[in-house]
Design a protein around this ligand. Structure first.
Ligand code: HEM
Length: 465
């Protein structure tokens, strides 16, 4: 049964559907003068925040959309010191960096290394000019009450790469459908989750001790993930999967697809194991309709269609765990940085930073992003043998195996604090083939912050008074 319909006027727009504009600016700030900032939060920011219902109605969409979120130190700067019942949020992301597999803070954007960021304003629009205008206007209104600490301008790729992240793979295909919002229109294969998995205080949020005003807010995990695109491409060229009647070039494409779990077109390799199928990739009725289980194959051992370590299988194991409905996030990230230049391509070396401005919403960071990154992606075990969040752990305790099957880390985001990464299962006909990635990972964390994106009414009644 559906939960009561959500109050979409009160929920910030980026959380459940994403602002989905071609340009986005992440404007990280510190609160310099809380007593000056609070009334301005009410008068100059709140009326401009784009709600979910505004996003759903094109005629109500502003030229430039705005959302806001606060870090734990930001809430405390506003005099709000109650616990939101999330220890990762309370400690901030920098404290968590080692646990996430980041090799120290050397690669971190200096402004993220600490707890000085109090909040982020998310501006989204069709053009950078529109965003600049909105920033100028807001900065003029806010005066010295806040200070910009850091900003990241992000932009969707264009032309044939529209909707694709910088490695070239179509992104944003699989996000869960939410009860009380869009679960009734769930696409085949889409996970259907309780609203409380994403929103605090809603049905299915089992966090304890949430203050009433936190209802309908969501934790925003921001990560600036640098992607080494020419290096990734060189790795594929150097390590084609041979055999299966494929050319060398096709073998390289297959390796990329098996690392990701999808072809560049978005077609899942579980349904198209040897060659890309762009029609499948573009078909929303089919491109998410798979579970990794096949009647004629042994789910616990077979990797002929999709490796256990593939990025999509690590971050959503589907049948491997009987569709885990707790470790689910709503992703709203966008690429940043320029296209690869001819010089970079020729040198197989990145000289200008590009990557993914990763944004994920959930009601519990420990069960959402953090579980995916730390417990699944960074582990060399397969999902079949990996823990699930504790709420449902009891239901599988009998089948939980402590044998280490060693399927390797997530080749895209798995990170072991700088230690050598081993990836396995890339060759469909030789699951034991092991590739050791020496030197850099292809995705390097430049850090980020854990934030809380409150409801509009919480801003009005709690944070701005
Ligand atoms: C899916 C790329 C980081 C979690 C995907 C897809 C791509 C992709 C191409 C397939 C499209 C889709 O299913 O929507 C990347 C890249 C990353 C990155 C290039 C880093 C630069 C992360 C991180 C997490 C994550 C840090 C969480 C810890 C997910 C999830 C899915 C996904 C949950 C959907 C899986 C499914 O439902 O089947 N990613 N991703 N990704 N990614 Fe990532």
């Amino acid at each position: 049964a559906n939960a009561a319909n959500l109050n979409l006027d009160d929920i910030q727009g980026d959380i459940l559907i994403g602002m989905k504009k071609n340009q986005e600016l992440f404007y990280f700030f510190s609160i310099e003068d809380p007593s000056d900032f609070k009334p301005k939060l009410a008068s100059d920011i709140l009326p401009n925040i784009t709600s979910t219902s505004q996003l759903l109605d094109v005629s109500k969409q502003p030229v430039t959309m705005l959302n806001i979120a606060f870090s734990a130190t930001g809430l405390s700067a506003l005099g709000v010191n109650e616990s939101l019942g999330d220890s990762a949020f309370a400690g901030g992301q920098f404290k968590d960096s080692r646990s996430l597999g980041d090799p120290g803070s050397d690669n971190w954007v200096p402004e993220f290394a600490g707890t000085d960021i109090h909040g982020v304003l998310l501006f989204a629009s069709d053009s950078q000019d529109n965003i600049n205008d909105a920033v100028f206007e807001l900065e003029s209104a806010l005066g010295g009450s806040i200070k910009k600490v850091y900003s990241l301008a992000a932009a969707a790729r264009t032309g044939s790469q529209a909707g694709h992240e910088h490695f070239g793979f179509l992104d944003g295909i699989s996000n869960p459908a939410v009860e009380g919002f869009n679960a009734d229109q769930a696409m085949p294969g889409q996970a259907r989750i309780s609203s409380g998995t994403i929103l605090l205080g809603e049905s299915g949020d089992f966090g304890r001790g949430r203050p009433a005003w936190a209802k309908d807010g969501s934790f925003l995990v921001f990560r600036q993930l640098k992607q080494l695109v020419p290096e990734f491409n060189k790795f594929l060229v150097d390590n084609p999967i041979v055999g299966n009647g494929l050319t060398r070039e096709e073998g390289s494409e297959l390796l990329g697809a098996r690392m990701m779990g999808r072809w560049k077109s978005g077609a899942p390799i579980d349904l198209a194991p040897l060659r890309d199928d762009p029609e499948l990739g573009a078909d929303p009725l089919r491109n998410n309709n798979f579970t990794y289980a096949h009647a004629d194959l042994d789910l616990s051992t077979d990797q002929s269609r999709c490796p256990f370590s593939a990025h999509t299988r690590k971050t959503r194991p589907r049948a491997d765990q009987g569709e885990n409905l707790v470790t689910q996030i709503m992703r709203a990230g966008i690429p940043y940085g320029p296209e690869v230049s001819d010089d970079e391509a020729a040198a197989n070396t990145t000289s200008t930073e590009r990557g993914l401005a990763f944004v994920a919403y959930q009601s519990n960071i420990g069960n959402g992003f953090r579980f995916m990154q730390q417990t699944w992606a960074n582990s060399i075990k397969s999902a079949l043998h990996l823990p699930r969040p504790c709420r449902i752990m009891y239901s599988l305790s009998t089948s939980l195996s402590f044998v280490n099957p060693g399927v390797g880390v997530d080749p895209i985001i798995g990170s072991l604090a700088g230690a050598e990464r081993v990836i396995k299962g890339m060759d469909p006909s030789n699951a034991n083939q092991t590739i050791t990635l020496t030197g850099n990972n292809f995705v390097i964390s430049r850090g980020g912050e854990y934030m809380f994106a409150p409801s509009l009414s919480a801003i009005a009644s709690k944070l701005s008074v």
